[in-house]
Design a protein around this ligand. Structure first.
Ligand code: AMP
Length: 314
């Protein structure tokens, strides 16, 4: 089995209270691919410019990611994003976005990418996401992420694209913005009704508070892995998605039930916790499977409790 991901492949300039990087490898598809590479074969689809070289591709190649669908656009500039975080890392301001080669990108997927069984439409213009979705006719599981920018300037296209996937992964505030509903749970329930056939599961990402899973017959919530030091949250959502979708991809489709989705969330949560410990892709690029497994076990321990019912007054 294999996972195909389309989304931004980027250079990021990031400033947090703990330091800064003027130009580092980033992009939603890159963060996703590195995380998903612990579970399955991953192919990245997307354009890069002349400024993107072998050193950047090698970060992906070293994790076994297939980069043959990364298109080099001669004369173009790679997608660039600059952002700055507030003192507690909960607020982020986008300082600059330069679409570069994404502006005129027309995805043309290789046969292997089109035949992937699992597809992740990472954050990028929703028309592009839909063009990729339409080519991946064999995908048995497709998930999508997006952001406030596209809700603001391309909402209709985004709604249409959401109708073509099985799972929507979105920040809780964006889920509320998308639906105009002030409550995350009711917003998720509304999206579950979009289609046809529309998503059967919604992940509401809640930053340092973790993530919630909403399906037509279930609800599950996991906190983030408890960390005392967070250096750079950039890409945490995409890394979570890579762990989540990667775990699903590593299992047969008839195993896809609420239990599997919950376990997938635990792996996504563990992966995301490593991502935020250092800038950009730095930590995940040298992560080991054993380190991930250890954090999943620890997460299981800290979220488990045994009820001992007592007689309640009233
Ligand atoms: P996250 O922190 O999970 O929201 O993802 C951050 C990554 O998203 C960064 O590496 C950026 O390169 C990328 N990014 C930021 N803005 C956009 C955008 N408008 N479209 C696509 N990717 C973006």
């Amino acid at each position: 089995m294999s996972v195909t991901v389309v989304g931004s492949i980027a250079f990021d300039a990031v400033k947090t209270p703990f330091g800064e990087r003027e130009r580092m490898l980033g992009g939603a598809a890159v963060h996703f691919a590195l995380a998903a590479s612990f579970f399955d074969e991953v192919r990245v689809v997307g354009p890069v410019g002349d400024d993107f070289g072998d050193a950047e591709l090698d970060v992906l190649r070293r994790r076994g990611v297939d980069v043959s669908d990364v298109e080099h656009v001669a004369g173009g500039e790679t997608f660039f994003w600059a952002g700055e975080y507030g003192w507690d890392l909960n607020s982020r301001e986008t300082l600059e976005t330069r679409l570069g080669v994404f502006e005129h990108f027309e995805p043309k997927l290789s046969l292997a990418a089109r035949e992937s069984e699992v597809l992740f439409l990472a954050n990028i213009q929703p028309d592009l996401q839909r063009a990729v979705r339409a080519q991946c006719t064999g995908a048995r599981f497709a998930a999508l992420d997006s952001m406030n920018l596209w809700i603001e300037i391309a909402r209709e296209s985004l709604v249409q694209t959401i109708g073509t996937v099985d799972c929507l992964v979105l920040n809780d505030a964006e889920l509320r913005q998308l639906t105009g509903r002030p409550n995350t749970l009711s917003a998720a329930r509304e999206v579950l009704g979009w289609g046809p056939p529309g998503p059967a599961s919604i992940i509401a990402k809640q930053g340092e508070y973790g993530a919630a899973l909403i399906t037509s017959d279930g609800y599950f919530s996991l906190p983030a892995f408890p960390l005392e030091t967070v250096v750079d949250p950039t890409g945490a959502g995409d890394t979570f998605a890579g762990g989540f979708v990667g775990y699903i991809a590593a299992h047969d489709s008839d195993a896809l039930d609420n239990g599997l989705l919950r376990r997938a969330m635990a792996y996504g949560t563990a992966l995301a916790s490593f991502n935020v410990e250092e800038f950009g892709t730095e930590r995940v690029a040298r992560l080991t499977g054993e380190e991930i497994a250890e954090r999943v076990r620890e997460l299981e321990r800290v979220t488990h409790f045994n009820d001992a019912p007592i007689a309640l007054r009233g």
